[in-house]
Design a protein around this ligand. Structure first.
Ligand SMILES: *[C@@H]1O[C@H](CO)[C@@H](O)[C@H](O)[C@H]1NC(C)=O
Ligand SMILES: *[C@@H]1O[C@H](CO)[C@@H](O)[C@H](O)[C@H]1NC(C)=O
Ligand SMILES: *[C@@H]1O[C@H](CO)[C@@H](O)[C@H](O)[C@H]1NC(C)=O
Length: 445
């Protein structure tokens, strides 16, 4: 108890020192400049703590499909806002990880980069109930610049009250999230600290940002896929990291995802788009995004899907998510799409599927399979999903990375396979997403 009091006393003391000496927070933040970091794939990158070199390509794809389905179930549940459901959910923050340094002295953490959520959180020490993983946890007591977030702080009141319990006596902003039927829970205390990134725009450079609000998770209980030590929220709400970095990155970020099995790192850039010469040629498309509370995800307006000359009209929204592997659409739309794809390929999907439902695979005996590009008609123009990105090759099969949702009306999601080889820039001020075809793996790092 006394140690705890001493700790809070010291933290407060430090926090005052911190505020009174602006030189301490001398911002290395450069306006309108921006910085880039690597994103690496959870299963395919040797830099990932979850990399397993003995998995076969088929095992990797099976794992991706299962994990994608579980991520989609989580999005359905989060968006439905129906509270408890009868089944359990395994929290799944998706495929792309980033390194981020937190605190003074900085501690390097690995977290999932997620566009479909706002809250950034890390598993913290001392952990009451933590799920096992092989990455570092953050120790706030070891950081000179860490402060707990007081109850009346803007970012505490900004969080959805369903997730906040502010204890006025302690003046601590506590948060928690439950999953599914609430047997899985993650929670902790909101705090602020310095975030720093090693940027690789040409020269290696550090970009440091003081007083960023995040959740320090002290309690994780239930079923966890031991997937990461935390989450970096890139959503469009006020607590998201993008909103917090705000003016110093012109309220913009972009990423360029490489195809997972290419084994080369993807890029995440804060600030304006990186100019380089690897554009494929093909039009840049600018489309408005729609905000979907409560998750602060980005949704695009989808007016139609076409394959060759065949066209399906619709009036739908589709969430653009870095965390989900596959693209999910309503079953009623999917059956029509399947018919168009069958027609273009000149074959039907195999019944002895090498993967799990709901993925369709073609081959292996249909000689010279020639899968088509698939066009998503967005507000503002056509997004051409190249066959080489939207289909993947598994043994002698060619499988479609667009799948059907459990039922019509479930949130539709544009997954990360469909987003490969596109530079995708989010501008929170103009509320637009700009998509430019690009060879993401050819960028120098
Ligand atoms: C890696 O994959 C192999 C093959 O599936 C499996 O036997 C092994 O347990 C995995 N190792 C880890 C650390 O998960
Ligand atoms: C939550 O769902 C799981 C899986 O369906 C079940 O085993 C568990 O008993 C449920 N827990 C509660 C509290 O309903
Ligand atoms: C975690 O690390 C231990 C020791 O290095 C290793 O035996 C284990 O396989 C790792 N687990 C995972 C999931 O990578």
């Amino acid at each position: 108890m006394s140690i705890l009091l001493l700790y809070y006393f010291l933290t407060n003391l430090l926090s005052y020192t911190y505020i009174q000496h602006p030189w301490l927070i001398e911002a290395k933040t450069r306006t309108n400049d921006g910085f880039s970091i690597d994103l690496f794939h959870r299963y395919y990158s040797p830099k990932s703590p979850f990399y397993n070199s003995s998995l076969s390509p088929k095992e990797l794809f099976q794992r991706l499909v299962l994990s994608s389905n579980s991520r989609h179930r989580q999005i359905i549940w989060q968006q439905s806002n129906i509270g408890e459901v009868s089944t359990n959910l395994i929290p799944n923050e998706g495929d792309y990880l980033m390194q981020i340094s937190v605190g003074t002295p900085p501690v390097q953490l690995v977290a999932a980069a997620v566009t479909a959520s706002d809250l950034t959180w890390f598993q913290c020490i001392p952990c009451v109930l933590c799920y096992p993983h092989n990455t570092t946890n953050f120790d706030p007591q070891a950081s000179r610049t860490y402060m707990n977030l007081p109850c009346d702080a803007e970012h505490c009141t900004n969080l959805n009250t369903d997730h906040i319990n502010c204890d006025q006596n302690e003046n601590l902003c506590r948060y928690w999230y439950t999953y599914g039927n609430a047997t899985t829970i993650t929670g902790g205390v909101m705090g602020t600290d310095t975030f720093s990134f090693t940027s690789f725009d040409g020269d290696e450079e550090q970009a440091a940002f003081p007083s960023i609000t995040f959740g320090c998770g002290y309690q994780q209980a239930g079923l966890f896929d031991s997937n990461s030590a935390g989450v970096v929220g890139l959503g469009n709400g006020p607590v998201s990291l993008v909103s917090q970095l705000g003016p110093s990155i012109s309220y913009k970020f972009s990423y360029c995802l490489t195809y997972p099995s290419s084994h080369s790192a993807s890029k995440l850039r804060f600030g304006g788009m990186l100019e380089d010469t690897s554009e494929i040629g093909g039009l840049t498309l600018t489309t408005p995004f729609v905000t979907n509370d409560p998750s602060s995800s980005y949704s695009l307006v989808l007016n139609g899907i076409s394959v060759g000359q065949m066209n399906l009209n619709m009036d739908k929204e589709i969430i653009i998510d870095t965390g989900t592997t596959l693209t999910y659409i309503d079953p009623s739309i999917f059956y029509n799409l399947e018919a168009m794809v069958n027609d273009a390929i000149g074959a039907s999907p195999v019944s002895n599927n090498p993967l799990v439902e709901p993925v369709l695979c073609y081959g292996p005996d249909d000689a010279a399979l020639n899968p088509p590009d698939i066009v998503f008609q967005l507000d503002g123009g056509d997004l051409v999903l190249k066959a080489c990105n939207i289909f993947f090759v598994l043994d002698d099969y060619v499988c479609l990375s667009i799948a059907k949702s459990p039922k019509d009306g479930d949130p539709m999601v544009l997954g990360n396979m469909a987003q490969t080889n596109l530079d995708i820039e989010f501008d929170l001020l103009s509320k637009t997403v700009r998509l430019t075809p690009k060879y993401c793996s050819q960028e120098t790092s």
